[in-house]
Design a protein around this ligand. Structure first.
Ligand SMILES: Nc1ncnc2c1ncn2[C@@H]1O[C@H](COP(=O)(O)OP(=O)(O)OP(=O)(O)O)[C@@H](O)[C@H]1O
Ligand SMILES: [Mg+2]
Length: 267
């Protein structure tokens, strides 16, 4: 028996009702497979449907066409089993709870006993030891995002969905967070789907990068990232890295879509 991919989208289309009364086609014929333990990054212009894909995989919304499965079943099954971690651009922490209690929130939502040893281990993993009792407003933006990632990991998810988790951070902090995330992913090997605007972030972190077209979003190209792991910051200075970064950036520029004739949608 072949193992189904961790995440599979087949022929997925998504239409939204528009204010004007018509419909907006957000996604068209999207086919994506993510293997168990794989790290895939999704890049594409604003409004191309990246967040919509994450919402479909999380079971927060349903496709208008095609099918989305997670571990071969309905996405809702995984989120109901509390095996799905989700972190957003804005850390969305509870301001009245300290860091430890924020990270422990999913235990309460899942109705299971809080495992404070697990919380402590995650605080260590994301490098926030010493800040257990701080409140979110006492932390920097990068530290808050680390809390959000720890919270997304606390129930040991089988699938981790990250929607521009570092989008609001300055370039230096974002780079540090990329290193942290690589370290965390290497330690947990959680299947991860990351949405990002930053091509360098996608290339630094992912096993594969999927490039999406403007609305309606389709997957134009899937790039297998050729760099070994662990990846060090020095990789960002290598010529091979820049060559690939340029190639991906060009694929994202709308005018370069005359080149779209060459970039065939993947079947
Ligand atoms: N609930 C909704 N109702 C109506 N339209 C929606 C809804 N959610 C998304 N859309 C539309 O679907 C398209 C894709 O939206 P989505 O948020 O997935 O894009 P995105 O790629 O994540 O963009 P960004 O990079 O700006 O976050 C947009 O045109 C958006 O207006
Ligand atoms: Mg989005």
């Amino acid at each position: 028996m072949t193992v189904p991919p961790a995440i599979r989208l087949t022929g997925v289309g998504k239409l939204f009702a528009a204010e004007s009364g018509g419909a907006v086609r957000a996604l068209a014929e999207v086919d994506v497979d993510v293997a168990a333990g794989e790290f895939v990054a999704l890049i594409g212009p604003s409004g191309c449907g990246k967040s919509t894909i994450l919402r479909l995989v999380a079971g927060l919304d349903r496709p208008s066409e095609g099918a989305v499965t997670v571990h071969g079943g309905a996405p809702e099954a995984l989120s109901r089993a509390h095996k799905l971690g989700f972190a957003f651009q804005d850390a969305a922490l509870l301001p009245w709870l300290d860091i430890r209690e924020n990270i422990a929130v999913p235990f309460r939502l899942a109705g299971v006993q809080k495992d404070m040893a697990r919380v402590a281990a995650l605080i260590d993993l994301v490098g926030l030891t010493g800040f257990e009792q701080a409140r979110p407003n006492e932390l920097s933006g990068g530290m808050r995002q680390r809390v959000a990632i720890a919270r997304a990991l606390v129930l040991e998810p089988e699938v981790l969905l990250l929607d521009e988790p570092f989008g609001a951070l300055d370039a230096v902090t974002r780079r540090q967070m990329n290193l942290e995330l690589q370290r965390i992913w290497s330690a947990t090997k959680t299947t991860t789907l990351l949405v990002t605007h930053a091509v360098d972030e996608a290339l630094f972190l992912a096993d594969r990068v999927l490039i999406m077209s403007p609305r309606p979003g389709r997957v134009l190209e899937a790039i297998t990232v050729p760099f070994g792991r662990p990846r060090a910051p020095a990789l960002l200075r290598e010529a091979a890295f820049h060559t690939l970064e340029d190639k991906l950036t060009e694929a994202l520029i709308p005018d370069a879509n005359d080149d779209a004739a060459r970039i065939q949608p993947i079947a």
